[in-house]
Design a protein around this ligand. Sequence first.
Ligand SMILES: [Ca+2]
Ligand SMILES: [Ca+2]
Ligand SMILES: [Ca+2]
Length: 493
Amino acid sequence: MLTTIVSTGVCAGLLALSSFPAWGQEPIDTSQTRTMTVVWKNVFGGSMGAPTFFPNFCGQEGSDILLIASTKRGAFWKTRPKLDTTISVGAWPALYAKPIDYDGIPPHEYINHNGITFRCEGTGDITQMVPIDTIGADCWGGANTLLNAAYSADVDGDGFLDVVADIAGDNKTCRIIMGGPQSGKGCARVFPIDRFGSRDNRYAQAFFRSATGKWRVVQHERNDNDLSTWLVIYDMDIFRQDGRVQFRAVKRDSLHGPCTSLDDDPLGFSASVADTLAKKDWLVMFHRLSTTGPWVLERFDITNGKFISVEQVIPKDAGPIAHDLGYSLGTDHPVVRINGLFFYANNLRQPFARWIVKGSGLQGLEGMTAINDQTGDGVPDLVMTGGPVDNGVVALYTLDPAVSVDDDPVPPKIMSSARMTGDVLELSLVQPASVSAHIVGIEGREAVLLTQQQYPAGMSRIDLAPLLRTYPRGAYYLRVRMGDALHTINLIR
Ligand SMILES: [Ca+2]
Ligand SMILES: [Ca+2]
Ligand SMILES: [Ca+2]
């Protein structure tokens, strides 16, 4: 006899289970875990957003772009053949940018954190992003000012790429921004999926496309008087009827945690991962197995809509579980990350990699993305962004064993910098250099603003007000060439 649980929604009559690890539970084994190396870092400034990688940006084959954005500025860096941080090929500071098929005509459009949708125009070095619509806070009463886009996918199966946003936010399961030429303008494109189920408290832990092809929601549910929580799997039927998107949620299975107290939650962080190559859905969760038992990291096979436990390990430390990398590192299984450890989704026992802060200066992690191979081993590498607040850092990490750096790397020598303070261009040079500047309008027209001239080492200030007065108000950027370096500065006047 182990325990007595009366399943009436609240728990009654319970016995404590042993707190010793059960059979099959082993500690996480990090003996084979490789440590990532910092290849390069850049003090970007501002508070960082997550980095975004866009292969074939604006439909241009081979034009792979890394978008880095902070509260201070944004940069579009080309990543082929190698990441080039000296020039930004766009001037669009935006967070959470995701592709959407707005009009059904290639290439895709992009939607940013304010819901502003941009069309790509023009060709050549500088990409033009022209705003064509806004699908933002006004559409939901301004309760959430930002559109927290999670990923792009064709949710309703009409062939046009949609954007899934605000998962579990604003009392919703999620919001879907519908793509396609038939979806209308502005708020007409917003398809909110309300929360479903009947328990007092409930929020989606995942909204994802199962490896079986179905859409699924895993929802956390609890009544106010419950001594434990539930995790519930729903199959989602999303379809069009009379031209309108509809959904139906069908409950498949639920998992009840052991009874604890009104404040304690025995079901911790979880992630639902579609392992499409293996045709499996994994749910990875920190889980307390009994009232006073230890925490385990447990993997369930939920492919068939049922919770089937397949693996339990003793975690090193609990923390949010992310699966933001999927297959992007070129692995055979999607990658799950828990704090600094990276696991294949089908093996919680042996993490294959760890990242460390040393060498990057990252304090807190804002986000990460894989980008095309930067080291020559044919394996994608990893860009991470994070704090310090207001002085954010971008760092490139690799698992390539051929890359080694000094234990105590000397910071790269910064030869020059340029910034605008009001209408004044401030130049800082460590040695004398010839300086010139071009002004570029968002429509792509470029003109010489400062003709080439020699400037001394140290700080120089150039009042551009008389020169800028001849340009209409609007957004521009300055391309300032200082010796061999090219600086791009956003400019609003
Ligand atoms: Ca288009
Ligand atoms: Ca669609
Ligand atoms: Ca590599």
